[in-house]
Design a protein. Structure first.
Length: 193
């Protein structure tokens, strides 16, 4: 359940502060819009997604929506590098299905295995791939493919199309879409093995 102390203005302020501190780690200065969330998550059969991983949850805009859509017995592993966001998520979202991990998406396999999880049914990523060092980006994508279940989905939103080439190198199927009603307008990528 959500803690009552969490408000949209708190989220926006924390997000903006951290964008100014770490602009290359955070792709935008405000959280994602409801239009982007619906376009990325809307076509997924969430009743079949028991293990979900989120890269770069920030202030939990997608996290809250994922929890609302996932089954009651599901698990959401949110991997976040920014300690301010980690602390905020742990304090503001009270849900036994959510496990917030301070760490790198490049270590997703180890993070899951340390919890006795061998595969993810869905991975959602908003980390800005265009600003990642090439070796880190390559590792994140390779590790994601390794942990993704056979019928799993890798859902990516970015503000440029530059990641498309890298996604096509790693994933068998990559479908694209676009959401103009977001600040900044977002590119969406739907990937599977």
């Amino acid at each position: 359940m959500l803690n009552g102390t969490s408000s949209r203005s708190q989220q926006a302020w924390l997000f903006a502060q951290n964008f100014l501190k770490h602009p290359k780690m955070i792709g935008s200065f405000i959280p994602s819009s409801k239009y982007l969330i619906e376009r990325l998550l809307g076509d997924v059969d969430w009743s079949r997604k028991k293990v979900v991983v989120e890269y770069g949850p920030g202030v939990g805009t997608f996290t809250r929506e994922l929890l609302a859509r996932m089954p009651a017995d599901g698990t959401l592993i949110a991997i976040e590098m920014n300690r301010d966001f980690v602390a905020y998520l742990r304090a503001s979202i009270r849900d036994r299905r959510l496990h917030v991990v301070q760490g790198s998406a490049a270590d997703v396999r180890d993070i899951l295995w340390s919890r006795g999880i061998t595969a993810a049914d869905c991975v959602v990523s908003g980390i800005p791939c265009s600003t990642l060092p090439p070796e880190v980006r390559a590792r994140v994508l390779a590790e994601t493919r390794e942990v993704l279940a056979n019928r799993g989905d890798f859902l990516v939103y970015q503000f440029t199309r530059s990641v498309l080439l890298y996604l096509k190198e790693v994933f068998g199927v990559v479908r694209t879409d676009f959401e103009p009603l977001n600040i900044l307008p977002a590119q969406l990528f739907f990937c599977s093995r």
